[in-house]
Write a protein that binds this ligand. Sequence first.
Ligand SMILES: Nc1ncnc2c1ncn2[C@@H]1O[C@H](COP(=O)(O)OP(=O)(O)O)[C@@H](O)[C@H]1O
Ligand SMILES: [Mg+2]
Length: 364
Amino acid sequence: MATINLRQVEKKFGSSYAVKPLDLTIKDGEFVTLLGPSGCGKTTTLRMISGLEAVTSGQILFDGQEVTWNHPSQRNIAFVFQFFALYGHLTVRENIAFPLQAEGASRDEIKRRVLEVAQMLRIEHMLDKRPGSLSGGDQQRVALARALVRRPAAFLMDEPLGALDAEFREGMRAEIKRLHISQNATTVYVTHDQVEAMAMSDRIVVMSNAEVQQADTPTEIYHNPANLFTANFIGSPGMNLIAGEYRDGQVQVPGGAIPVDDGWRQVLANGLDGDGKVIVGFRPEAAEVQPTGALAGSVYASDLHGGYSMLHVEIAPAQIIHARVERRVSFAIGDNLRLGIQPDMVRFFHPRTEKAFAKEERRS
Ligand SMILES: Nc1ncnc2c1ncn2[C@@H]1O[C@H](COP(=O)(O)OP(=O)(O)O)[C@@H](O)[C@H]1O
Ligand SMILES: [Mg+2]
């Protein structure tokens, strides 16, 4: 398995950037996901790592060796795409064996390795079928098996579950994660689906507009987004973001005032512009309906999610925030209520730079 280093890797098509200079190290055995909206440069980044796309500038290293200009076949990587291009006229067994045959492996070795990988993915009983007779999930399992059988140094996967039904996607997500854990294979995974990214990754690289917004663990990305883009993009719905003004130890916002605890006061006093303008952020689960809560509003809508309800609360005309509340609590549209916000879950962003403030103790 391999460590992958990207050093100032960039890609331009004509004069426009598909990927702006990118620095990223993917550790040996790490599962890193490139996450972002369509067109942000995920596929291009993955294709540069694989060698299918030439870099405009920068360097790519595998285990410290430069591979920037190596042909894909010299990089010992396996690529899994969204559309599993299996050979319809071959059996599952022949499909999986294909890359080993291309490498000239012996018959015995092929037999052994195909069986080994088929057992791991629980597709032994399908080995003599043709791909056309299998479900989408099973076809993607076969595609994974074919990638895995080569024992590559790294796996590159571009939205491999994108074409599957929700039902198969959940199962395959678990499958890929188990595979990763058992093989400890360095994996770079591309998706626009944050749920998938949160569920599977050791680290998530959030991208937007050809640029990395944040690279961190799922927990950090969720709880400590580096900027407004990440705060809003991660979570469904994203973080509540309210523009306000910091004065006298509180942030005045439509609907009330959010108390600022001691740890933040100096940070805000130092970091904000003279006008005190700030954006306050908190996740829907940080808000609770409380008679004496800091924010007043009225119920705009309420969605039942089975295990919980999502309240849409209007705190000013056309300004809606979300609160995740217990499923038994029921509200009618137009009900007035107050929301208390858990102080340790409040975050602050600079409205001009759109960057998050960090509490002093987190800056290490
Ligand atoms: N071969 C190409 N020629 C010109 N522009 C391209 C090409 N491939 C990708 N792009 C552009 O580069 C940007 C990033 O594309 P891509 O990496 O495919 O995004 P993502 O995978 O995140 O959806 C997009 O604006 C896309 O239109
Ligand atoms: Mg793509």
